[in-house]
Every structure is written in structure tokens, then in C-alpha cells.
Ligand binder design. Structure first.
Ligand SMILES: [Zn+2]
Length: 448
């Protein structure tokens, strides 16, 4: 039988976990896990996975190290048994890799993990070594202190999220689903952070949906020829016209449930109305999150790469482009029809990456536990659902029937442009936010 810990001992343990979360985040940033998208150049995932495994083993976890489909693509999974084994497990997952960073552009070295001016600085500070640090610190505390969560917890630290998870979550789901056996719900990035909506009232945005990812390669074919002659079948001309049409096209506004719920919650909080006739205008008034929310009103298509030709006076027979398309839940077929109309019959298209959208409802015991643990640490705060315009490993875990949420809690200063820090220069996270998030995560994992 366990003894009741004194309140003093509890608060000491809480402080230890908070300090650990800061130190672990900083140390994880120092392990360069740059993922360029080209598997040949990926570094550091193995070292980061081994670091995590060591930190877990140190307090008594049994860990499983798995390389997902290629050498060095390290993943670490550990379980903590809960009080009620008949309940489905809760998966807490995060990715070890980060996008590249050019030190020349930064005020501190992006892989320094510097702790200065009340921030932890570096690539991954918000995406998502912050959450890894908080998760690791909480997992260590639970094991050290013999805390038994209500149900099994599965901690997963994963490779390759930044390139779609082909060598990470997607591979594990396809080849090692046994590691996630019994999991019914999951939390990870990108949600649980605060925005200050009115008179200091903070709203914590919990991700309940994600757009689908459709990276398309477009190809036009024509007749090769000499650049000095009259030529009516030029692949470059055909392709660029189609790319320009698609890049400037505005897909129709379609309000999905999570976006409607988000608007309703903001209206209730602030009185701000979202006029259907001018949604773009209304969303623009949301401030720092306008870019994010604006992208969830409609499908988008942004041309990102062009490739054709090899000499100034040679007309090539093929021209190619890549377009980054993001598709709302339920819109895939309509999107493809519209796409084909815009491109016309002369353009071939193929998917380079084709990942589904994600959507779940903002209700149930897990959502209640998120809200309660936030409010316990930030009285007067509210939580609201939102759709992420980007994608995460939730896409893979959804295919196992797991209900996925973005919940990596951070209480942020009102004037911090948080969404700009993702993949941005001088990415950093407030030390105070990490400590707050660790306390919230602790409460949440004890009560969910
Ligand atoms: Zn991320």
C-alpha cells in the first residue's frame, strides 16, 4: 500500500519535473536531427532515440528501439501500465526530427539549445522537442514516484515526421502495429497552446482536425525543338500556364465542423462575428493565428517546384512542377474534380505524397480531462477545437482507429507570434511555458 505523499514532497517533485523538462528540451535541441526530406542526408534520429531510451531506462522503463525502414531512422516506444488494463491505452507521441536551419540567419546557433532571456532557443523548440522534453520529464516522474495512471500510457518518440512519416509513424503503423496495441486515443503536437483573446482571457487551441496532404507532380509534354524556330507545342509554356492557373485559383469556402465550432467558441468569448459573406476579412482580425485559421476555410494549392530544360536554345519535350495542395476533410473527390478542370487535359498529374485528412469531435472524457487540467493551472481559461492546416503523425495513427488530438500544452505570452516560430528563424519556447505545460501534462495523464 502506498503512503500518501505530503503536499510539500509533491510540490518538490513537481519542481524537479519542471526543471527536467527545460533541461531535456535544451539537450534534445543540441542533438541535430535535421530531416531534409532526402533520406540520404538525414542525421541524428538514432542518437536522439538512444538519448530518449537512456533517459527512460534510467528510471526503470523497458524500452523498444526500432529502426523504421532504413538504417538510423530510430524510434523509441515505452509503456507504463495503468490501473485499469481493460481500458484502451492512451498514446503520447512526438517526433524526434526537425526541419533544417541555417545558422547564418539565427541570433543563436539553432542547435545550441541555449537557455537565455527566459526562453529555450533552437530548431525544434516548438516543433516539437518542447513536447518531447515535457513528456519525458513526466514519464520519468511517474516511474520514479510510482504513479499509476488510470490506464496504460504508451510513449512513442518517432522519426521522420517532417517528411511525412514514411520512415517513422507510417512505417511503424504498417509494420509494427503491435507496439500500439490497445491504443484508442492519442495526443501530440500541434495544439494545447494559448492565444489571448480578450482582456487577458486565454483560449487554448486543441487540434481536432487536420487537412489532407496532396503533393502533386504535374507534367506537360510537347515537341522538342530548336529555340530559334517557330514552335507551337512547347511543354514549358503549357506547364507554366497550368501552374499559374492553379496557383491563383481560389477554392470554395467549405466550413467543416471543427472550423464552425472554433468560430462559435470565439464568438461566444469575444462577441466577434464571422460574417459568411466575408470570412477572409473576419478571420484576418484573429491576429497571430489568422494565417493558420485562414488556411482551414478552403483547399489550397501552392506551386513549390519547377523543373524543365537543360540549355537556353533547346526546347525540352517535358516540363514538370510540384504543387503543395492541402485538402479539407470530406473534400478529396470534389477537390480532384476541380483540379482536373483547372489543369485541363494536357497536364498529367500524379501524387508524390497523398495523406488523408483527420477529424474527430471535441467531446468526451478525454477532452474534459484536457480542459480540466488546463483550467487547474490557468483559472479562467477556456479550450476550443481547431483544424490544423498542416499535417502530423496523427494521419498514420488514425489509420489504426486511434482518435487523435493535438495537445502539447503551453501558456504563451499574449504578444508572441507563436505560429511564425514553427519552422521559423529564432524558433524558441518560453521557459515558463515549458514548466506550465509539464504541470498540465502531469495532471492530464493522471486523470485521463
Ligand atoms: Zn512537428
Amino acid at each position: 500500500m502506498s503512503e500518501q505523499k505530503s503536499a510539500l514532497a509533491e510540490s518538490h517533485d513537481t519542481l524537479v519535473a519542471e526543471e527536467e523538462a527545460v533541461a531535456l528540451t535544451s539537450e534534445l535541441i543540441r542533438i541535430d536531427t535535421t530531416n531534409t526530406g532526402d533520406p540520404a542526408t538525414v542525421v541524428g534520429e538514432r542518437a536522439a532515440a538512444e538519448y530518449v531510451a537512456e533517459k527512460l531506462a534510467e528510471v526503470g522503463y523497458e524500452t523498444t528501439y526500432v529502426e523504421s525502414g532504413a538504417k538510423g531512422r530510430g524510434n523509441v516506444i515505452a509503456r507504463l501500465a495503468g490501473a485499469d488494463p481493460s481500458r484502451g491505452a492512451l498514446l503520447v507521441h512526438g517526433h524526434l526530427d526537425v526541419v533544417p536551419a541555417d545558422p547564418a540567419e539565427w541570433s543563436v546557433h539553432p542547435f545550441s539549445g541555449a537557455v537565455q532571456d527566459d526562453y529555450v532557443w533552437g530548431r525544434g523548440a516548438v516543433d516539437m522537442k518542447d513536447m518531447l522534453g515535457m513528456t519525458l520529464a513526466t514519464a520519468r516522474r511517474f516511474k520514479r514516484d510510482g504513479i499509476v495512471p488510470p490506464r496504460d500510457l504508451i510513449f512513442a518518440f518517432l522519426a521522420d515526421e517532417e517528411a511525412g512519416g514514411e520512415y517513422g509513424a507510417q512505417w511503424l503503423v504498417e509494420n509494427r502495429a503491435d507496439l500500439f496495441e490497445g491504443a484508442t486515443e492519442a495526443i501530440s503536437e500541434v495544439g494545447g497552446f494559448s492565444i489571448t483573446v480578450k482582456d487577458g482571457v486565454r483560449a487554448y487551441m486543441i487540434e481536432t482536425a487536420e487537412k489532407g496532404i496532396a503533393w502533386l507532380r504535374l507534367r506537360a509534354r510537347g515537341r522538342a525543338g530548336h529555340g530559334s524556330m517557330v514552335h507551337e507545342d512547347n511543354a514549358v509554356t503549357k506547364l507554366t500556364q497550368a501552374v499559374a492557373r492553379l496557383g491563383t485559383h481560389k477554392f470554395p469556402v467549405v466550413l467543416t465542423d471543427s472550423v464552425k465550432e472554433f468560430f462559435a467558441a470565439v464568438t461566444e468569448l469575444t462577441g466577434m462575428e464571422f460574417d459568411e459573406a466575408d470570412l477572409d476579412g473576419s478571420v484576418a482580425k484573429l491576429g497571430a493565428v489568422a494565417r493558420m485559421v485562414g488556411a482551414t476555410l478552403r483547399d489550397t494549392a501552392n506551386p513549390t517546384m519547377l523543373n524543365a530544360g537543360y540549355k537556353a536554345n533547346v526546347i525540352p519535350s517535358v516540363a514538370e512542377a510540384v504543387v503543395d495542395c492541402r485538402v479539407l476533410p470530406g473534400r478529396r473527390e470534389a477537390f480532384e474534380r476541380e483540379l482536373d478542370e483547372i489543369l485541363g487535359p494536357d497536364i498529367e498529374r500524379e501524387y508524390i505524397t497523398n495523406l488523408p485528412s483527420v477529424e474527430t469531435t471535441f467531446d468526451g472524457a478525454l477532452v474534459d480531462a484536457m480542459t480540466a487540467s488546463i483550467i487547474a493551472e490557468d483559472p479562467g481559461a477556456v479550450t476550443l477545437p481547431y483544424m490544423l492546416s498542416g499535417g502530423t503523425d496523427a494521419k498514420s495513427f488514425q489509420s489504426l482507429g486511434i482518435r487523435c488530438f493535438g495537445f502539447a500544452p503551453l501558456r504563451l505570452p499574449a504578444d508572441l507570434d507563436f505560429s511564425a516560430l514553427f519552422h521559423g528563424v529564432d524558433e524558441r519556447v518560453p521557459v515558463d511555458a515549458l514548466k506550465f505545460g509539464t504541470r498540465v501534462l502531469d495532471r492530464f495523464l493522471r486523470s485521463s
